[in-house]
Design a protein around this ligand. Sequence first.
Ligand code: UD1
Length: 419
Amino acid sequence: MDKIIIKGGNTLRGEVEISAAKNAVLPILAATLLSEDKCTIENCPMLLDVFVICDLIKSLGAKVKIDEESGLTEIEALNIKDCEQIGDLSRKMRASFLIMGPMVSRFGKFKISLPGGCNIGTRPIDLHLKGFKALGASVILDHGNVEISANKLIGNRIYLDFPSVGATENIMMAGTLAEGETIIENAAAEPEIGDLANFLTKMGACIEGVGTGTIKIKGVKKLIGADYKPIYDRIEAGTFMIAAGLTNSNIKLKGVNEDHIKPIIAKLTEMGMDIEMDNDILIIDGRKELKPIDIKTMPYPGFPTDMQAQMMSLLSCVVGTSVVTETIYENRFMHVAELKRMGANVKIDGRSAVIEGITRLNGAAVKATDLRAGASLILAGLEAEGETEITDVYHIDRGYVEIEKKFKMLGANIRRIKE
Ligand code: UD1
């Protein structure tokens, strides 16, 4: 397993290009199963999670071609030979369950292993299942597998008890080929859902209300192939923004849309960072002294849970008291034990963490326990005095494209040891 080694303390400078959003690309790749025509997705990030979903789609009989240099990914799901995916691939990542909506909608039946993924909470799929049942499907849970079948999906009104991103996406995809109108109430509003809706619309789907909390999908008979370029990764952008604050640096991020990262900009600005937009380039100045703040993770447009761990690294080095409250997941403080090894002063009290910021962290041997926890340790290592060695970096590779190369380009002393 690879390791990342960082010698902290370097100032960063220059520009880095932000990759396409993993969380937009995964549902979009799943959505290609809704058509028998070829779909072409440009600029796919070459990440472990993307390879897993492509392998899954391939294992069902679809043709998948990936140009790893450009990220151009072609999928043609004309001949699906199998309506089952029981096994390691689907258990590897939670997002594998996103192929359920397209498969049931197009073929009336699909069976898959219950999904796996980051170990940050119980992460049930009850809201997805509630949606499929409301559309008239029957659900059988058996020996760790879930089988969903319907002669025909019929549109219905579905109220989500919580605005789940994945459930909104799965039900939206299922509704595209259902008979009549599907209405999702208390739907999630994350930008990646808007991106999926734009792709589905290009395929011929009829979708309204994305971003408003109520999404209406009018079922159509057939979807056609489409070419699409997904949006940039707001979480990757946020991670680099925090790096500027941790290293007292001024850096530029290319390919960013300010609208999607307003919650992150708002908090970093409150702390004292200067952030401005110049066309599609975001300029972040983290050279001023920063103030402690309180943060509560919320569904979009609230502060993203996927930025909580990285923010904790920053607050650990801002003198004063900050409080971080995690409302989305019940077990998303696993990075705290690792940050403490680096000297951070953090106390957990239920769903909140109280951070007494110190002037500087110390490099240490630490372990990435999940994707964003891993990113938070890289950030901490960039600031810390001495050497930080991060193990289990495969978690980080699930969601960041060549993160150490991008930080190295900006001037960080960071390297990967392949093992
Ligand atoms: C997506 C993102 C993930 C992000 C999360 C929240 C992708 C591929 N992943 O994950 O990076 O952290 O949104 O912004 O887009 N829940 C239920 N029942 C359900 C579904 C969810 O109780 O049926 C709960 C989950 O346990 C969790 C919360 O709802 O506590 C949020 O989950 P959800 O929004 O569904 O996240 P994902 O789509 O899995």
